[in-house]
Design a protein. Structure first.
Length: 318
């Protein structure tokens, strides 16, 4: 159980807040590259429409490069503004999914001439692309694998109209929601304005019942206590209620603060603690969590004895 007396939001100054800045010289070309990749994937989705289009699955699979470009545009473009990061996700998702519908409309309707355009507008009730979407909902029929051949020839009905509307709407929400979430999350990552780089991140899984003790120790700066809490092995995390402890830090920079986020498991608030580890506590933190030290940092070994020193030692021994 979580100690209800713990209020991690009593010290707002200790919470990380993105600066809201964007490095335009890096961001602009990455955004342009993202638009180009999204347009290419829209074309590939339009090609796949005629031979291998599975509702939700095909747009999601072909959308993976788009999601990757959202992350790359924000991270490599040094965007520290969650609002702008979310906009990047919305923009690239729009180019990808709306672009697919526009290409489908051009290939299946406009290329067939003005008569086909008029038919689609009459059936869809709206001109242009919106009418084509309604037309597709009315005239397409979601198919089930292995359905009977006779059933496959039946005309679309009201149920098909509803299913098409729900599935196309779900695709829109899924693609745009994932892209927006990636953009906002990437822009909210800890960034050092002094070092001009993003932090490293280390995650630990703790037993959910120990989340209250961990939260109290974090607020008190008791990093040795936090580190002493047993960890949940990754292989058993799916069967065991866990709390996630994330430490965002700069391993090579002892003068930069770290940031700790503690998220609880089922039945508890999603976020218990999100606060800064002051610079004066960094030594305690890295002593408790030795893996946070730089991988190149090793204990200095004493230099080997020189030949002259060895000779003197032997001389003294006679």
């Amino acid at each position: 159980m979580i100690d209800e007396r713990i209020d991690p939001f009593e010290e707002p100054a200790y919470r990380y807040r993105p600066s809201g800045r964007v490095d335009l010289l890096r961001f602009a070309p990455m955004l342009a590259a993202g638009v180009a990749v999204s347009a290419v994937m829209a074309f590939l989705l339009a090609v796949a429409e005629s031979w291998l289009y599975l509702y939700l699955i095909t747009p999601m699979v072909l959308g993976l490069p788009v999601f990757g470009m959202v992350w790359a545009a924000v991270r490599l473009g040094r965007c520290r503004n969650p609002g702008v990061g979310g906009f990047v996700g919305v923009a690239l998702a729009f180019v990808y999914y709306a672009g697919f519908w526009e290409l489908s409309y051009l290939a299946n309707v406009v290329s067939q001439g003005p008569v086909m355009v008029a038919i689609v507008e009459q059936v869809g009730g709206l001109p242009g692309l919106p009418g084509y979407v309604v037309f597709r909902c009315k005239t397409s029929r979601p198919e089930k694998l292995g359905q009977a051949a006779g059933n496959a020839n039946r005309p679309p009905g009201t149920i098909d109209l509803l299913f098409n509307g729900i599935l196309f709407g779900a695709e829109t929400l899924l693609v745009s929601g994932i892209a927006t979430g990636i953009g906002r999350s990437a822009a909210s990552r800890v960034y050092s304005e002094r070092l001009r780089r993003w932090s490293a991140s280390t995650d630990y899984m703790l037993p959910a019942p120990a989340a209250g003790d961990a939260a109290a120790a974090i607020l008190a700066g008791g990093w040795a206590t936090v580190a002493s809490i047993p960890r949940v092995p990754p292989g058993t995390a799916a069967q065991t209620p866990v709390a996630n402890l994330k430490i965002e830090h700069f391993p090579d920079e002892p003068d930069e603060p770290a940031y700790v986020t503690l998220r609880a498991g089922r039945g508890s608030p999603a976020e218990l603690i999100r606060r800064e580890v002051p610079v004066e506590q960094m030594d305690d933190l890295t002593r408790a969590f030795r893996e946070l030290r730089p991988t190149t940092a090793v204990e200095a070994a004493p230099p080997p004895p020189s030949a002259m020193a060895l000779e003197e030692s032997l001389g003294r021994l006679g």
